[in-house]
Ligand binder design. Structure first.
Ligand SMILES: [Zn+2]
Length: 375
């Protein structure tokens, strides 16, 4: 595999929005991982107050993309008792809109996965080769595409300002932001024009750097070739935490991958966090879970969260990031036992995965006037 050509250091240094300082010293807290965890819990209170005071976006809407099989031992790590090798997760895209103080409207797409190109990810390709029938039954479940959902919502692709993923596993954004040279699999003769001519991909610099020279733990999940000829002026490399708009922030949450980030939203129901550090809200409160194994495992090992552990690049950091996410969000209004943590890949009940039926699912974040989509 060829590493991305672009020098990450040369990517635009100007960060969108405003840096957030509350957690900025996280990596330099004296002491070990236990001290960092305590520090994060204490800082979460300050973050909640500051963030809530920034206001709310105009609109948040949720659009399902696809359902996929995922190894049970990754998604629920060592906790579940089910012998079913795979559970099922659902990926969804969020559309978020807000107005800047000057009146300019911004549109952000969170998790706008190009499902067709995502299937080239080594992990999915290997699964397809091994069990094509299985793959067809599950991976082929597609509820809609990114362009289809936008058209239905009445949004012109030219209105989209930002594309954000919590991390870049499986993602291929060549058709979204364009490539500067022909590439054999997609466009053998011509560069690819971007579907989103004005959109910038926002990613943590640490993740882009990692993709340039992947570690074996990381390789099954990335498509580094897809990043080789991206238009670099359409990529914004950020370092750490940033407030993008009223009630819209990205927090660096290393764990699931080192360059992981969490979307944080303030809405009419309070604060939400979305990432793939866990695959179900109950993984942040496992004692409330009825999935066989989770509550007992949490008690036995005195652990308060259950990690989505497919690469375990940094286990203690991922635990701390999940505690951060759990500490900044509000409880669900439909069932206050569960936090408003919206897994970007959410555990979904399925007949083929007995013993991994979620106790509770969010399915959507909805905020503001759906009509706001068309205004
Ligand atoms: Zn991942």
């Amino acid at each position: 595999m060829t590493a991305p050509d672009f020098a990450v250091a040369s990517l635009q240094a100007t960060s969108p929005g405003t840096p957030i300082d509350v957690f900025a010293d996280r990596s330099t807290v004296p002491g070990g991982p236990g001290a960092r965890l305590r520090w994060i819990r204490e800082r979460a209170r300050a973050f909640r107050a500051e963030f809530a005071a920034t206001g709310t976006p105009d609109l948040v809407s949720t659009h399902p993309l696809t359902t996929l099989p995922y190894p049970t031992r990754f998604g629920l790590w060592r906790a579940p008792r089910t012998p079913a090798p795979f559970l099922v997760i659902t990926n969804r895209m969020l559309i978020i809109r807000w107005h800047e103080p000057g009146g300019r409207r911004r549109t952000l797409l969170f998790e706008p996965s190009d499902i067709a190109l995502g299937r080239n990810t080594p992990y999915f390709a290997a699964l397809a080769a091994k069990a094509p029938g299985f793959l067809r039954r599950f991976v082929a479940v597609e509820y809609g595409t990114v362009p289809g959902h936008l058209a239905a919502a009445g949004i012109d692709p030219a209105e989209v300002d930002y594309l954000v993923f919590d991390h870049l596993h499986t993602q291929d954004v060549r058709r979204w932001i364009g490539i500067t040279r022909p590439q054999a699999d997609l466009s053998p003769d011509l560069p690819v024009e971007p579907l989103f001519p004005n959109a910038k991909l926002i990613a943590q610099r640490t993740e882009l750097e990692a993709m340039a020279d992947l570690h074996p733990l990381q390789k099954p999940w990335y498509q580094p070739d897809a990043y080789r000829d991206l238009r670099t002026d359409h990529v914004l490399a950020i370092d750490g935490d940033v407030l993008l708009g009223p009630g819209v922030a990205l927090l660096s949450t290393p764990g699931h991958v080192l360059g992981n980030q969490t979307l944080v939203l303030n809405t009419g129901t309070g604060i939400w966090a979305s990432s793939e550090n866990a695959i179900a809200a109950e993984c942040l409160v496992p004692r409330q879970s009825r999935i066989p194994g989770l509550s007992g495992w949490s008690r036995r090992w005195d652990q308060e969260v259950i990690l989505n552990a497919n690469t375990l690049e940094s286990t203690a950091d991922q635990y701390a990031s999940l505690v951060l996410e759990k500490s900044i969000v509000d409880p669900s209004q439909s069932d206050a036992r569960f936090p408003q943590f919206f897994p970007s890949s959410e555990l979904t009940a399925n007949l083929t995965s007995p013993g991994a039926r979620p106790t509770f699912t969010h399915r959507a974040i909805t905020h503001g006037h759906p009509k706001g989509l068309r205004s």
